[in-house]
Design a binder for this molecule. Structure first.
Ligand SMILES: [Zn+2]
Ligand SMILES: [Zn+2]
Length: 273
């Protein structure tokens, strides 16, 4: 199994970090978890074009996790020689966002269909909404979902991928909770979006400080990893964006709670399990 941290950014623009997106390759399947800013460029860098995706999994519908959904849909559509609906799984509300995204694309779809005689179909998705349980099973690959806690954004989910005797947990934005513990139990790799409350509190901006009540800190992620007995904790989506010199501090905060390996991901890092 391979996990590629395609985009490790957050809503805050960062020239070096694309929006939230993770690629997982396992048991012959290729799927994408979230599709934030710049995802199609990062997929291309990883050697994956949108028609090659078996499924898109969404953790939640916050803009930094779905900003380039339209680009995934459009690029899959125009690059495929045959009609190829995009399978999408996400929390309740996903079907509505897909429907609105397709509606937003309607003018472009018409331009291209009018121009290309061989493009006899419009883009489409096969959407499944999930809150808990089995999402997808194929050739020894199992994808499970469990509820996470990102309130007031609700419902939200995380995913657990099991294949080839390995397990990866992909959390999305959440505070520690029972569903997250289930996703992470015994995982080889646990990927968690994080914020730094000490640095956020130092910024005298009420809107920025609001983010603290619905994200994991590095310490939270470390405690979840320790409780679940995971091997490697991957911190991603750091808020605020760290300067290179500050990165050891982020890792140290998590490592204070967890004795396994801790990394702070950059875009396009590949982790082989
Ligand atoms: Zn979020
Ligand atoms: Zn986020």
């Amino acid at each position: 199994m391979e996990v590629v941290t395609l985009g490790t950014g957050s809503p805050l623009p960062d020239p070096n970090r694309a929006g939230s997106a993770i690629l997982v390759r396992a048991a012959g399947a290729t799927f994408l978890v979230d599709c934030g800013r710049g995802v199609v460029m990062r997929l291309a860098a990883a050697g994956v074009l949108p028609p090659m995706l078996d499924r898109l999994l969404l953790t939640h519908l916050h803009s930094d996790h779905v900003a380039d959904l339209n680009d995934v849909i459009t690029t899959r559509w125009v690059m495929s020689p045959v009609e190829l609906p995009l399978p999408v799984t996400g929390p309740p509300g996903t079907a509505r966002v897909i429907e609105r995204t397709l509606a937003m694309l309607a003018d472009d779809v018409q331009y291209r269909r009018d121009h290309h005689a061989d493009l006899g179909w419009s883009p489409s998705c096969e959407t499944t909404e999930v809150e808990d349980g089995l999402v997808w099973e194929r050739d020894g690959l199992r994808v499970l979902a469990a509820p996470t806690d990102h309130k007031p954004v609700h419902p939200t989910v995380g995913y657990r991928v099991e294949a080839e005797g390995k397990v990866v947990a992909l959390a999305g934005d959440t505070v520690p909770c029972e569903g997250l513990d289930r996703l992470c139990a015994g995982a080889d790799v646990y990927v968690q979006t994080v914020v730094r409350p000490d640095l956020v509190r130092a910024v005298p901006n009420a809107r920025f400080n609001d983010i603290l009540d619905y994200h994991s800190s590095c310490e939270d992620a470390g405690r979840t990893a320790a409780r679940a007995g995971v091997d490697t904790l991957v911190l991603t989506h750091p808020v605020p964006p760290p300067a290179p010199d500050d990165e050891p501090e982020w890792i140290a905060q998590a490592a204070g709670e967890f004795s396994g390996d801790v990394v702070l991901a950059h875009d396009l890092w590949s982790i082989t399990l």
